[in-house]
Design a protein around this ligand. Structure first.
Ligand code: MG
Length: 406
């Protein structure tokens, strides 16, 4: 994780550069357009039709929703990541270019008509698209945190100033707190965590929790993978690694604090002890829109906070012993190199198995721990190296779960 020199902070210095041409609509490609973040991004585009022009859309499998969105928002290029998908009589809108397979999704990032790619793909599958976007000198609105967790060492050196816009609500908050600080480095950042549906449970109280309870997130409306990650607190661990890359900070300068109301989306502490926090409604459309509008701000049809009604903001320390995934992620962050790649791959496999009902909640962390212990840590050198290791870790995770499953 060392050597990450380009951060979104650099972009703040270059606001004038970004303002150039700001009268023109932003031309975007939305990857993961049928998922939760993708749909909310399309909602932002709908509300700002004069400012956001949707050029290209990609989904993993859902062609019906993809074609509807393309028709409504007049996208010209479509890609479906799963090359085996059957159209079953569905027809794309007339005149639209449609292609299949992972390479087709990545190709959308390279279209000359596209200024910004919103990467809302799920999991490591998003890494190639992030890499292609930054390599092509385009702006990347990053909702796919796994790209940075796995490949941050490769991605950050590619991000020219102002090119990497965080969409993860915590990282958007930190980015917003640092905007206007003229490159001043934070003394610490405080990543807030809702604590998820099992907040303040002890270890024994996590045994045998159900899928339905796991998916009942108290504050945020999100896709199933990240909702499970939220419940295990792996999500917060991944976000620590994401923040290390984005803001070029060592692990010891990043603190996780549980804040159950999810009103403060994260905080920055400066050398003089002064803290800046970003607060707002729990609505993912806001960080998505800020990535689109930066360095400007646009109006949003979101119910604003009413501080006279807010009952209180509370904070507590996280418990990495009860939530072993958080502990494992922090260990992987400390180890650096390829450890986060292995952590992430094992977690993706284990979460998929948990969502299918074939393993229990605590098997997720047991699986991640076992796979991390079985594969050594190397320095990150290439995308191919990471993808090979990702495959190995997935095989190891599947083997572990087949032995320990229900
Ligand atoms: Mg987040």
């Amino acid at each position: 994780m060392t050597g990450s020199v380009n951060t979104p902070l650099d972009g703040v210095v270059n606001q004038n550069l970004l303002k150039m041409g700001s009268d023109l609509p932003l031309r975007v490609a939305v990857l993961g357009a049928t998922g939760s973040v993708g749909q909310q991004a399309l909602d932002v585009a709908r509300q700002h039709r004069d400012r956001v022009q949707v050029i290209a859309l990609a989904s993993h499998r859902n062609c019906g929703l993809l074609f509807d969105a393309a028709k409504e928002l007049k996208a010209d290029y479509l890609a479906v990541g799963d090359a085996t998908v059957q159209l079953d009589g569905l027809k794309p809108p007339a005149g639209v270019e449609l292609a299949f397979g992972e390479a087709a999704v990545v190709a959308l990032c390279l279209l000359p008509q596209v200024d910004m790619v919103l990467n809302a793909l799920v999991g490591e599958a998003g890494l190639r698209a992030s890499y292609a976007t930054l390599s092509a000198g385009k702006r990347l609105a990053l909702a796919n945190k796994e790209s940075l967790v796995v490949g941050g060492d490769l991605l950050m050196p590619l991000a020219r100033p102002g090119a990497m816009l965080p969409v993860d609500s915590e990282h958007s908050a930190i980015f917003q707190c640092l905007t206007g600080e003229d490159g001043i480095k934070p003394a610490r950042i405080w990543l807030t965590a809702s604590g998820g549906p099992f907040r303040s449970r002890s270890r024994p109280e996590l045994v045998g929790v159900s899928l339905a309870d796991t998916l009942a997130h108290p504050n945020w409306k999100m896709g199933p993978k990240i909702t499970v990650d939220s419940a295990t607190m792996m999500n917060k661990g991944l976000e620590v690694i994401e923040a290390m890359h984005l803001f070029a900070l060592p692990l010891e300068k990043i603190r996780v604090v549980v804040h159950p109301q999810s009103i403060i989306h994260s905080m920055v502490e400066f050398a003089d002890g002064s803290c800046k926090a970003q607060l707002g409604p729990t609505d993912m459309r806001l960080p998505i829109q800020y990535a689109f509008s930066y360095p400007d701000r646009w109006s949003a049809s979101v119910e604003p906070l009413d501080f006279c009604v807010l009952s209180g903001l509370s904070f507590e320390a996280p418990d990495p012993q009860a939530f072993g995934c958080l502990r494992l992620a922090l260990d992987a962050a400390r180890a650096g190199g390829t450890a986060p790649c292995v952590l992430n791959a094992a977690n993706e496999v284990a979460v998929a198995a948990f969502l299918e009902g074939s393993v229990g909640f605590l098997d997720i962390e047991r699986c991640v721990e076992s796979v991390l212990a079985s594969l050594g840590v190397e320095r990150v050198t290439s995308l191919d190296q990471l993808e090979n290791l990702d495959r190995q870790a997935r095989v190891a995770a599947a083997e572990y779960l087949s032995k320990s499953g229900r």
